[in-house]
Ligand binder design. Sequence first.
Ligand SMILES: Cc1cc2nc3c(=O)[nH]c(=O)nc-3n(C[C@H](O)[C@H](O)[C@H](O)COP(=O)(O)O)c2cc1C
Length: 410
Amino acid sequence: MSIDAISGARTTSSSANRLVAEEDASLVAAAKARDARAFELLVKRHERKIFSMAHRITRNREDAEDVVQQSFHKAFIHLKRFEGKSLFHTWLTRIAINEALMLLRRNRGLQEVPIKESSTKPEGALPLDFLDSAPNPEASCLDREQEQILSAALNKLRPGVRKAIELRELGELSTRETALVMGLSVAAVKGRVFHGRRKLREILSQSPKASKSERPQMSSHVRILGIAGSLRCGSYNQGALRAAKLLVPENSEIDLFQLDDIPMFNEDDEKRPPSSVVELKKRIRRADALLIVTPEYHYSIPGVLKNALDWACRPYGDSAWSGKAAAIMGASLGAIGTARAQYHLRQILVALNLFTLNQPEVVIANAAHRFDENGNLIHEPTKQLIRELLKNLVDWTRRISPALAREARS
Ligand SMILES: Cc1cc2nc3c(=O)[nH]c(=O)nc-3n(C[C@H](O)[C@H](O)[C@H](O)COP(=O)(O)O)c2cc1C
């Protein structure tokens, strides 16, 4: 079968499965004979399926894209070793699942939390299902906490059992697919999954009742990411943000993010965003709350700020903002401060599903009199108001984030 015929053919109906396998085999043979176009075609034919499988395991678009890239890279390097005893797709899926699991483990390593195993009997089965990423802050924080608990519990399982559970429960593969990937019989997979689920229930049933030292060490420390919507040297809004950094309550901190390197948003690029946007999203995700400081441009927020808000919520379904607590403030030269811009900002934050604090409203009017010539805030009553805003933001974040709130109470 010629490569041209394959590249032009459509293989959509289920009866075409055999044809797909034959075409894959021809492409593999051609790719082994150093036909670069043949390997490109293999990538084109399989990347969507591999991506969605990787996404099911990693639950993160950027991680899934990394997995796809790594998997094809490995497949290319090791193609000579592929003997065609299984379908190319099965072989590739096996590589991709391993890549995805390795990535999950690496990520887990970063957020590992110790749970002491207890020898007491379970008091009832806990569901193993975990919520999907949730639209509200309580649920999304519960997700995070549950993920950490599950991650720690998984690490208590024997490697063979853990892999079976990861593939069935997290990777959502069927028993047959799991057996194929692990090179085991279906019965053996069923046994491992049964044993693994029982063991997980046992471990998980201990965690809600565990003493403080046995519970995951959730810090009550609140991490706030501060973003100001001005690129100007000597910006009053940057100055207000710098002041806020020094006025945060105990057990909280403000990390600053500068928007200078964020290019103009273009929907064509949203699936392969520039590194500055990847970094912005990472920093938002790492934060418990946001402090957005906006100038007022023609009664609204500046384009640079709107641009960053748009970037970090794209592509659809992969917003970094959703469910976070937020506070806003702003400084302008005029007498109305940034009141009009702040109300526009509030409206935008509703669309981004941020949970914005209502009070106090920090509207810094007549900025030229409240900042010195270096753009540093010198007006004591304004500092006091910012202090109050930050205290309320930290309380609000703990209130809407159960894990943080519980730790703060204990
Ligand atoms: C394009 C533009 C539009 C502006 N529109 C307003 C406005 O609607 N209301 C206002 O109070 N100030 C307005 N200003 C003045 C800003 O408040 C002032 O430039 C302020 O210093 C900007 O914030 P920054 O110091 O953080 O850069 C505008 C400034 C620019 C450049």
